[in-house]
Design a binder for this molecule. Structure first.
Ligand code: ISE
Length: 336
């Protein structure tokens, strides 16, 4: 490969558009050469913004295009696994937005296909792994200054959801990020989950306004992941790890405190595209560099698969109102 990666982006909505623009404006060694979206006007708009990328109406044709070396998948979730498999079949590295698949079986299919090919090609878009706040918390915890980590906590505040989300929407759409962060930051596998949630109203018992998942790791440590799906005020993410002799916590609101007219205020981001702006750029840069280096890095298909297993157990636990064990199979050597 030359020192430039030609990238095709599938999906030109908010997320795909952001990836395409980041790759164009802020990532060294990348060029967006192709965009696909069913909304052709939106695809044209993003393609023009990216310096005249070619527009495709068909995602499979984009994957097969000779001037596409690697692919970003930001299409609706139900297409993630199938398109990822097409990229693997074409031997092209792929950054697939979360979740990797619609269910555990489909995700296992991606893992098995990649493993059979003997080469890691898939990275999953768990971009918290590139967020300076999450990285700093993990670094302090890993340094051992606070003794052994005992408990990870995260609070995930969404501004609003639009439609009324179900428990499964909130876990698969939002908390799956925190599930991955918990595994990555604690360096251990989750063995059991216990989910509780508050529905929007008694007449919608499967809807989920507030979800809490308790985690039990294999090594005996604990976690607690909370998500407010509809806070009505803004977007916030806080993560902390309690160790034997201290706590490290990310700053919930990194913006300056402004005092004016006898009041003090702090800006709160509207959404994750604002909050994780830096993380998305760092993620894309690391992904492109890993392609140039010929060595996959970052959250793998295996991580995408295990996060779905934990999410599924979390949903089952919430619906049954009891703890559920997570059965994580042995990790294939490819991901070691
Ligand atoms: C959204 O889809 C994301 O991926 C964000 O990172 C997450 O925080 C948000 O809750 C999701 O809805």
């Amino acid at each position: 490969m030359s020192n430039r990666v030609n990238i095709g982006v599938i999906g030109a909505g908010g997320m795909g558009g952001r990836h395409a623009v980041n790759l164009t404006d802020a990532v060294a060694g990348a060029k967006v050469t192709a965009i696909m979206d069913v909304d052709s006007a939106r695809a044209e708009e993003i393609a023009a913004r990216c310096g005249g990328a070619k527009v495709f109406a068909d995602a499979e044709q984009l994957v097969a295009a000779p001037d596409v070396d690697a692919v970003v998948i930001a299409a609706p979730n139900r297409f993630h696994a199938g398109l990822t498999l097409s990229c693997i079949a074409a031997g092209k590295p792929v950054l697939c937005e979360k979740p990797l698949a619609s269910d555990g079986e489909e995700a296992r299919g991606v893992v098995d296909t990649e493993t059979a090919g003997g080469k890691r090609l898939v990275q999953v878009g768990f971009m918290r792994q590139y967020d300076p706040d999450h990285v700093a918390v993990k670094q302090v915890s890993d340094s051992g200054k606070q003794g052994q980590p005992l408990v990870i906590r995260s609070v995930h505040i969404n501004p609003s959801w639009g439609d009324i989300p179900s428990l499964s929407d909130v876990i698969n759409g939002s908390l799956i990020h925190d599930i991955h962060s918990a595994r990555w930051m604690m360096g251990d596998e989750i063995a059991r989950v216990h989910t509780s949630f508050i529905p929007f109203s008694p007449t919608q018992p499967l809807s989920a306004r507030y979800v809490m998942i308790q985690l039990h790791f294999r090594n005996g440590t604990l976690g607690s992941l909370e998500c407010n799906s509809d806070s009505g005020y803004g977007y916030e993410i806080t993560v902390s790890i309690t160790g034997e002799t201290g706590v490290v916590q990310s700053s919930p609101l990194p913006h300056p405190i402004v005092r004016h007219s006898n009041a003090s205020s702090q800006w709160i981001e509207e959404d994750w595209l604002q909050r994780f702006n830096t993380a998305y750029v760092n993620e894309a840069q690391a992904w492109v560099q890993s392609i140039l280096d010929g060595e996959a890095a970052g959250p793998s298909a295996w991580d995408g698969y295990v996060a779905i297993l934990v999410a599924d157990a979390g949903i089952e636990s919430g619906l049954q109102a009891q703890p559920v064990a997570v059965e994580v199979p042995e990790m294939p050597a490819l991901y070691g």
